[in-house]
Design a protein around this ligand. Sequence first.
Ligand SMILES: Nc1ncnc2c1ncn2[C@@H]1O[C@H](COP(=O)(O)OP(=O)(O)OP(=O)(O)O)[C@@H](O)[C@H]1O
Ligand SMILES: [Mg+2]
Length: 359
Amino acid sequence: MRIGILGGGQLARMLGLGGIPIGAKFVTLDPAADACAAVVSEHITGNYGDISILERFASKVDVITYEFENVPAKSVKYLAEKKPVYPSPAALEVSCDRLKEKTLFRDLGIGTPNFSAVGNIYELKSAAREIGLPSVLKTRTLGYDGKGQAVLRAESDIEAAWERLGGVNCILEAFVPFTREISVIAVRSCTGEIIFYPVSENTHKNGILHKAVCTPDDPMQKAAEEYSRKLLEELDYVGVLALELFEANGKLLANEIAPRVHNTGHWSIEGANTSQFENHIRAVMGLPLGDTSPVEFSAMVNFIGEIPDASSVLSIKGAHFHDYGKEAKPGRKLGHATVRRPNKKFMLEGLNEVLALVN
Ligand SMILES: Nc1ncnc2c1ncn2[C@@H]1O[C@H](COP(=O)(O)OP(=O)(O)OP(=O)(O)O)[C@@H](O)[C@H]1O
Ligand SMILES: [Mg+2]
């Protein structure tokens, strides 16, 4: 089966690496000619809004998926008239707009920080009074890696934050003094079967994911699964869905969803019986899903802006090195390492050895 992927970055590359062994062939579409997924696909260089490019892309594939949520909705709808698109355009529409996303959480009874839509500076001032400070102002669309957001700590921050985000439609949400951040990765097949990976505990640095530690038997596993299941069923979802959560006062609050494979699930390549990438491809191909249970204990560290040399990572016992083959730039995700070891304590020691290479 030929699978079209919108986007040709590292997620598309790892989807390719996960799907090729089970018989998938890939076509990627990305504006960059040097997209790093091109090594696993027939790569088309072109814009997502170019109808003739979309036509060519659709004609080459049996089914379409995507590696990021900021693909123009119009283009995805156009493609969906030609070939099946998974996850559906409806799921994409919700997850690329923070207001729709948080409204869906609320409608489904999923806990989420208090929030309010903000369309101008007056609404922002009144929302700040209602929600209180500190709070976080986020653009409704196009945010990623902490971009498109500003923390408001004092009333005097309000105008500058509004200007800095460009005066676009936003939401203001309560700042959550969380004890930790976790995420759950789920997969739903086209027959409605749902399976979950063990949650991971995530740490960010400068708004970008720094490390993710898989926590089998996490006390919040069941609660995270319940939230995720509601979303998967409501959206009649097919594929991998990531749900990011805050834990505060022993409760979970949903932060956001990603309708795709997710950075906090990269550990599953070596750390689970079936990786999130293979399972996403299985789901979109209509194949049975694979076992998500963990193999030993694992954690992942992102390489951002610079990447250690392969030998320094690979000399650490149980470490696996992933170099995305991208040009180094500040703030860019260039690769990651996963450490997998037979017990938690020993794994955390290995994690520290990897962290020492990047800190
Ligand atoms: N309401 C909040 N309260 C406290 N911290 C927050 C809040 N919203 C976001 N953050 C912090 O900022 C990080 C990035 O926010 P968010 O996930 O909303 O944006 P993003 O740009 O989509 O990030 P990513 O692409 O890394 O998922 C969160 O993981 C969390 O650490
Ligand atoms: Mg996030």
